[in-house]
Design a binder for this molecule. Structure first.
Ligand SMILES: NC(=O)c1ccc[n+]([C@@H]2O[C@H](COP(=O)([O-])OP(=O)(O)OC[C@H]3O[C@@H](n4cnc5c(N)ncnc54)[C@H](O)[C@@H]3O)[C@@H](O)[C@H]2O)c1
Ligand SMILES: O=P(O)(O)OC[C@@H](O)[C@@H](O)[C@H](O)[C@H](O)CO
Length: 407
């Protein structure tokens, strides 16, 4: 069996379609021990099948079934003793994280788990390690470093000093559309894939991973599977966050309000498609990459969104808007206003989100939504929460108000 050299926090679908796939495709010498957020359900299901699972790579016309073997242990997030002992292992060189944007709040779950694991590693004298955030956050390495060091410095300044000297926070852009596994995916894998896999993952053929930072204790040769190591992730993450994730948020709120359930359905609706083009035209002005590269990316993205065999629900994407809108949409809003333009594409996403907060389309699933729900009757008040100067901007307010649903 592969030795445990990576510990992962946030055992969900995406980690198994992405980081675990890159690891399995590039080496057979690195094993991963992964932890769920809290519950034991997925950890138990995976443990019962020796942590093997089927990755269903779903193209527009056919599937391929790939049994993954890089995961060697699966634990519930509540098992903090095992978490600390694994992060403290001298053989462990990398800790990866996929816990959603909301989990990076100051003193939130990411900071809490990483600080407790790193404290155990320091006590064990196991030396340097790399922490690799794979969540959809701009500057995810810097954000992780900030929340971890902020908590550590309050608990134990000596621990913070040790982290400063021993822990490398790597910044990454990650991309592979991975919807939540459904009961019908499980049935289909059993009938077509040939075994009763309780925890398969369905994903798209496209995958991308761009990383920047040091790995002081080594790393798998992920580049063999196509990962790219660069000095500056920012242009790549800006492209992906604004065009893909921003486009997703537009479709999640505006598309669900028009009665669609999935990304593929929404993007097939000419009205949504037109709105997506408006957004992309605007957002592209704020991505520091050559125009030709962005045109190619947009065309590929459209094909990915339109893949009718990937059932990516708008409800899944609509969750946690209070965490996503500020990073996927507001930067374009600000950039366009600074350039003296009216950002109709960005204003439309904001208006669709306000409609969602008022009850239109996908249900609200967002622990941070309450202050926005309370202000949803007044777009100016919502803008004030996103940035006080935005609320003073009457032209922007007019653009948002004119995009709201009638009634
Ligand atoms: N699914 C995708 O297409 C995709 C693509 C790129 C990046 N990502 C990133 O990966 C993240 C996870 O996506 P996923 O599809 O694997 O989701 P998921 O729900 O399948 O898994 C997320 C894991 O984190 C845990 N978790 C989430 N929030 C938590 C909290 N506040 N406290 C404790 N545990 C928590 C969950 O229990 C689960 O173990 C996304 O939020 C995003 O940042 C996802
Ligand atoms: O995962 P989230 O909740 O940050 O965002 C929802 C989708 O936009 C996202 O999961 C994309 O599918 C993904 O980022 C594609 O790589």
């Amino acid at each position: 069996m592969r030795p445990v050299r990576i510990v992962h926090l946030g055992l969900g679908g995406f980690f198994r379609a992405h980081q675990a796939w890159y690891t399995g495709a590039s080496t057979d010498e690195w094993g991963i021990a992964a932890f769920t957020g809290r519950s034991a359900t997925l950890a138990d299901a995976l443990t019962a099948q020796d942590c093997r699972y089927t990755l269903v790579v779903r193209g527009p016309s056919a599937d391929s079934f790939q049994v993954q073997e890089s995961l060697v242990a699966a634990h519930p997030g509540s098992d903090s003793a095992t978490w600390r002992s694994l992060v403290a292992l001298p053989s462990v060189a990398v800790v990866t994280v996929t816990m959603t944007e909301a989990a990076y709040a100051p003193s939130g779950v990411v900071a809490d788990r990483l600080v407790s694991g790193l404290a155990a590693r320091r006590l064990a004298g196991s030396g340097p390690v790399a922490v690799v955030s794979c969540d959809n956050l701009p500057g995810n390495g810097e954000v992780t470093s900030r929340v971890v060091r902020d908590l550590a410095s309050r608990l134990d300044p000596a621990l913070d000093e040790w982290i400063g000297a021993n822990v490398s926070f790597v910044t990454t852009m990650v991309d592979r559309i991975t919807p939540k596994t459904t009961a019908s995916d499980v049935r289909e894998v059993e009938s077509t894939g040939g075994w009763a896999d309780a925890a398969p993952v369905v994903t798209e053929p496209f995958t991308e991973w761009v990383l920047s930072g040091d790995f002081p204790a080594g790393r798998p040769p992920w580049e063999k599977a196509g990962a790219r190591f660069v000095d500056d992730v920012v242009p790549h993450e800006t492209r992906k966050l604004l065009l893909l994730n921003g486009g997703h948020s537009l479709l999640a709120y505006a598309g669900s309000a028009r009665g669609h359930d999935t990304v593929a359905e929404a993007v097939a609706d000419p009205v949504c498609r037109g709105w997506l083009d408006d957004w992309w035209d605007e957002a592209c002005r704020h991505v520091p990459l050559p125009a030709g590269e962005l045109t190619t990316y947009r065309a590929a993205l459209l094909e990915r969104f339109a893949n009718p065999r990937i059932r990516h629900t708008l409800a899944q994407i609509a969750s946690d808007g209070s965490q996503k809108i500020p990073i996927r949409v507001v930067p374009v809003l600000r950039g366009e206003r600074a350039a003296g333009r009216t950002p109709t594409g960005a204003a439309r996403i904001l208006a669709a989100w306000i409609d969602h907060l008022r009850g239109a389309g996908a249900p609200i699933s967002d622990a941070g939504a309450q202050p926005y729900i309370e202000r949803a009757g007044s777009p100016r008040d919502v803008l004030a929460l996103l940035g006080p100067e935005l609320a003073e901007d009457n032209e922007l307010l007019k653009a948002v108000e004119s995009s709201l649903r009638a009634g």
